[in-house]
Design a protein around this ligand. Structure first.
Ligand SMILES: NC(=O)c1ccc[n+]([C@@H]2O[C@H](COP(=O)([O-])OP(=O)(O)OC[C@H]3O[C@@H](n4cnc5c(N)ncnc54)[C@H](OP(=O)(O)O)[C@@H]3O)[C@@H](O)[C@H]2O)c1
Length: 349
């Protein structure tokens, strides 16, 4: 296999197209600009342990606007101008020596890069083995682009915490993480209860949810409490109702676990959520094991999800595919918080 790990390779582009922001005042969608002369995501030569991927699809996640909009603290970590986006699928353009056994130029790959200056709304991304895997036969690049954050997060919340036959409650079953969470829990042989609005009940049922709680018509915590201590795991993709963790004393088994990923991204909210964990129960604390999960790029997890996709056990639910030029509109829609499954941007073909 030929390695193109040098700066004189004819396949090394000199600059690239990218959506970039320097400010996020008023919302990232009002600030991102499409430019033709963005720098490559690496200073040639390509690092030994990396691959260069031409991005074909990028799926958006709430963190793609939440992190940049954190302001100054984030600027310290990610200097601007920067491209948003973490999830990608595309074709390998160059391969570093150390990963030459895993990837070849021309391979279809997908994955997730951590939030960075060179996000997946750039023409190329630089990916590492932990955050990247091959797209299996029978899976489209468009579908594979949805796995990186939403499916990987759902997998990491659920797989280590359940066994076949366990009951799982997925709070918020109709968004990116929820649609994957329902299917992953079912693929692992669990019984799934999920919350969603009435209009999304049929979607969640079609993905395998056994029981649905319409959060717009019922009190989620009360409905769950009435079931008794039968659940092994709660995955909270939403962060509301605010009494859900405390109420879990009544519906999670004593050895069960409450895994939080979602919620409003503010210091106040994060402090409130975390303090629940340490407060005594008379001050609103709960008794069950609690974890705030941060997605951790893991090659084996990406491979497992893609395998399930190729076997038809898990599918990507795509709300809408936007053209590359319409990236600001994609962010506008994402921010509304009503996405059914994923929002995808078609970057190139
Ligand atoms: N910690 C991590 O590493 C990590 C990783 C991934 C995601 N996250 C966070 O997890 C959250 C979910 O992410 P996502 O990608 O799934 O977001 P998303 O796709 O934007 O979620 C939208 C969905 O949430 C549903 N929803 C809104 N309010 C709800 C409620 N009160 N009860 C039930 N469902 C509700 C909406 O359905 P309706 O229209 O019916 O309301 C919609 O289908 C976000 O806060 C995100 O930042 C964290």
């Amino acid at each position: 296999m030929s390695n193109n790990n040098n700066d004189t390779s004819p396949s090394t582009p000199q600059a690239m197209r990218a959506w970039v922001y320097t400010s996020t005042r008023g919302g990232i969608e009002k600030n991102i600009q499409l430019i033709d002369n963005a720098p490559l995501p690496f200073h040639p030569p390509l690092p030994n342990d990396a691959i260069l991927v031409k991005v074909h699809y990028s799926a958006l996640n709430p963190a793609d606007y939440k992190f940049p909009e954190l302001g100054l603290p984030m600027r310290a970590l990610i200097p601007t101008p920067a491209s948003p986006g973490m999830d990608f699928s595309g074709v390998v353009a160059q391969v570093g020596d150390a990963v030459a056994a895993s990837f070849r130029v021309g391979d279809n790959v997908f994955g997730r890069i951590p939030p960075s200056k060179h996000g997946s709304l750039g023409e190329y991304v630089c990916a590492h083995l932990d955050g990247c895997a091959a797209v299996p036969e029978g899976v489209s690049l468009q579908d594979a682009s949805c796995i990186g954050t939403a499916a990987q997060t759902a997998y990491q919340c659920i797989a280590p915490n359940v066994k076949e036959g366990d009951k799982v409650f997925v709070n918020g079953g109709s968004g990116g993480t929820g649609t994957f969470g329902i299917q992953i829990a079912k693929a692992l042989g669990c019984h799934v209860t999920t919350s969603c609005s009435g209009k999304n009940a049929e979607l969640c049922r079609s993905l395998g949810a056994d029981e649905i709680i319409d959060y717009t018509a019922e009190n989620v915590s009360q409905v769950l409490k009435a079931k008794g201590q039968v659940y092994q795991l709660v995955v909270d993709n939403v962060g509301t109702p605010s009494d859900l963790y405390k109420a879990a004393d009544h519906f999670l088994r004593p050895e069960g676990k409450f895994v939080q990923i979602g919620g409003e991204f503010s210091l106040t909210n994060i402090t409130t959520i975390m303090s629940r964990q340490f407060l005594p129960s008379f001050l609103g604390g709960g008794k069950r094991k609690w974890q705030y999960l941060v997605t951790n790029n893991t090659h084996a997890d990406l491979e497992q999800i893609a395998k399930w996709m190729s076997e038809g056990k898990v599918k990507a639910i795509i709300d809408e595919v936007f053209q590359y030029e319409d990236a600001p509109k994609a962010f506008e829609k994402l921010r509304k918080g009503r996405t059914r499954g994923k929002i995808v941007i078609k970057c190139s073909t």
